[in-house]
Design a protein around this ligand. Structure first.
Ligand SMILES: [Zn+2]
Length: 264
């Protein structure tokens, strides 16, 4: 019998069970293309393929996962090498929206990445969905509790494109504190992260030098102010490393091309 990627046997996205859905395809919880190598479970084949599919309701046709991996791939390639692990495949980046030639020091944004309201609005929405998608898949992989009701809003937003969820980020001054494993993306679920989810409804992601903050449960609505104030106290302080923590309106709010680091 062919192995299936399931533990509970119910999809964390559409909440369907076998035999209505199947779990044959290997679900990478974080895109392989940005170095992710975790395999999730309880992500059905049709949801798995939906995330890689172009959204036909928008003019620009980018999938949930495309927006996410394009942005983080750019940052990942532009970050200084802190380890030699990935040196070879970091030399050149050729993607749908961006190009980077390390040896020549050339980074180019292609015309297809339009700095226009309509494009940026759609792209940002897809990017935010991509971030929440990774969260729930990794949360479930670590805890097996991704089917909990409190994540229904994430399911609606990410899988059915309904409603909206905010995404906050630390507005960095171009100072990145990188560790040896900075180019291996992972999400932390230690006691501290889990109790923050329970107490505040918030979750913090650190990826390739960027800090992102997600409202993962309805509780966040009531704790938002206090959570954000605490974070700002810790991370902004005198403003040396981070200018502020604020909500992302457009993807271009995030310095994903590391202009400040590169002194542009
Ligand atoms: Zn599903």
């Amino acid at each position: 019998m062919r192995a299936e990627y399931m533990k509970i046997g119910k999809c964390i996205w559409c909440q369907n069970e076998k035999p209505l859905v199947s779990f044959f395809n290997k679900p990478h919880t974080i895109s392989k293309q940005i170095g992710g190598n975790f395999i999730g479970f309880d992500i059905c084949d049709s949801c798995n393929s939906y995330f890689g599919m172009r959204d036909k309701t928008t003019k620009y046709l980018m999938s949930v996962e495309l927006a996410f991996k394009e942005i983080f791939n750019v940052t990942r390639h532009l970050l200084p090498d802190v380890s030699d692990n990935n040196k070879r495949n970091k030399q050149i980046l050729k993607s749908i929206y961006f190009e980077y030639y390390k040896s020549k020091g050339i980074f180019r944004v292609k015309k297809r990445f339009e700095i226009k309201y309509g494009f940026l609005k759609d792209f940002t929405r897809q990017f935010k969905k991509g971030v929440y998608e990774v969260f729930l898949q990794e949360y479930h992989r670590n805890t097996e509790l991704g089917l909990d009701d409190r994540f229904d809003k994430i399911r609606k937003f990410v899988r059915y494109n309904k409603g909206d969820l905010p995404l906050y980020f630390a507005d960095n001054n171009g100072i990145y504190l990188l560790s040896e494993d900075s180019d291996k993306p992972f999400l932390a679920f230690d006691e501290n992260n889990l109790s923050t989810i329970n107490d505040y409804g918030f979750y913090e992601i650190y990826l390739f030098g960027h800090f992102l903050f997600l409202e993962v449960t309805p509780r966040a609505e009531f704790t938002r102010e206090i959570y954000m104030n605490n974070k700002a106290k810790k991370m902004v302080g005198s403003g040396f490393i981070n200018k502020s923590i604020r909500e992302m309106k457009y993807i271009t709010d995030l310095d994903f091309t590391l202009q400040k680091l590169r002194g542009e």
